[in-house]
Ligand binder design. Structure first.
Ligand code: SF4
Ligand code: SF4
Length: 336
């Protein structure tokens, strides 16, 4: 990793939460586990909600995406320090670091757990309640979850005064530090063909002009073309939200709407088990857009119809009034 000059004066231990969060904002830090949510906003919202537990998420849930694990191996203390900075912002929140099974890391002063491969919601539920995970947002459990790369960036911004300018990315089989803004087309892996960003399960096909973004944790080859759905039913039991992915797939194929798709948390469990290799998560993202778009069109059509009905009603009322006035004139006694 190249040395980076400081962009700001480092903050010391006396910096309060407002100063730290302002620094995180100025450094341009966003959720680097794919979420892209501004970290300063997340911290302000967590403070407003009196969140008292923060989790560092280093679970690397996408196959082949080992950047977070490599980062933990290279900069474990800095990641823990980043988590402790988050704890200072959250009034001394309880802290935990979720790492993959088999991780050999130095013992920190905070809890390091190996719960299971899973998404943010279930990590939050696991650490907050120590019970079987179920649905809900981390804030429902009084928990804020930060990807380990985000925590490293927070450490660098606050302690070393560095803005977010590069990140570690799994590129094919290797993990590399890349400048944010690097065109993916310039990576050697691009010579092999189409690319996919952020994993085979929940990632997306890379656009032609795509660059490394703060949230780009992996770049790999595009998925192989899918086969047709064979109605095997494997996707249904895999879904943590009890959705039948096969039915959502049918709705997508039929260019239809499906309200149930909004319960999909895009975890990729159905994609992982599908023997036909269907990119279900991206289908469901498109289905959400499609369903929202149709609902918006319907709303606009309803509003236009309501305006038209109101106009017709007004014109009819005016015609009735004119008719009544005319009848009144005709029936009145004239004095000429
Ligand atoms: S991605 Fe698939 S498994 Fe995950 S919630 Fe959505 S439908 Fe269910
Ligand atoms: S797992 Fe794939 S092939 Fe099997 S029913 Fe679901 S979508 Fe169809």
């Amino acid at each position: 990793m190249d040395a980076q000059v400081a962009d700001f004066a480092p903050l010391d231990e006396s910096a309060d939460a407002d100063a730290i969060i302002a620094r995180i904002d100025a450094a341009g830090i966003v959720g680097m586990g794919g979420g892209r949510y501004p970290s300063a906003r997340k911290l302000r919202e967590a403070r407003a909600a009196d969140v008292r537990f923060a989790i560092g998420n280093g679970m690397a849930s996408e196959p082949g995406a080992s950047a977070d694990t490599t980062l933990l191996g290279q900069h474990f203390e800095a990641v823990v320090a980043g988590l402790e900075i988050v704890g200072r912002c959250l009034n001394g929140a309880g802290l935990a670091l979720a790492v993959p099974p088999g991780s050999k890391l130095p013992a920190p002063a905070i809890e390091v757990g190996v719960p299971f491969a899973g998404d943010e919601q279930r990590l939050a539920a696991h650490f907050a309640t120590r019970t079987a995970p179920n649905a809900g947002q981390p804030s429902d459990y009084g928990v804020a979850v930060f990807n380990v790369a985000t925590l490293f960036a927070i450490f660098e911004a606050v302690t070393l005064g560095r803005a977010l300018r590069r990140r570690i990315v799994s590129v094919g089989e290797t993990d590399q530090w890349l400048a944010i803004g690097t065109p993916l087309a310039e990576l050697p892996i691009a010579a092999a063909g189409e690319l996919r960003v952020n994993g085979p399960l929940t990632g997306r096909p890379a656009r032609a002009n795509a660059v490394v973004e703060a949230s780009t944790f992996s770049v790999g080859p595009a998925r192989a073309p899918a086969d047709p759905c064979i109605r095997c039913g494997w996707c249904a039991p895999a879904c943590p939200e009890s959705l039948v992915a096969e039915h959502l797939h049918d709705a997508f194929e039929a260019n239809a709407e499906a309200a149930a798709v909004f319960d999909c948390i895009e975890c990729g469990a159905c994609t992982a088990v599908c023997p036909s290799g269907i990119d279900l998560v991206n289908e469901f993202r498109a289905l959400k857009e499609q369903t929202r778009h149709r609902a918006a069109l319907r709303e606009r059509a309803d509003a236009a119809r309501a305006r038209s009905d109101a106009r017709s009603e007004r014109l009819a009322r005016q015609a009735r009034q004119r008719q009544a006035q005319r009848a009144a004139r005709l029936s009145s006694n004239h004095s000429w």
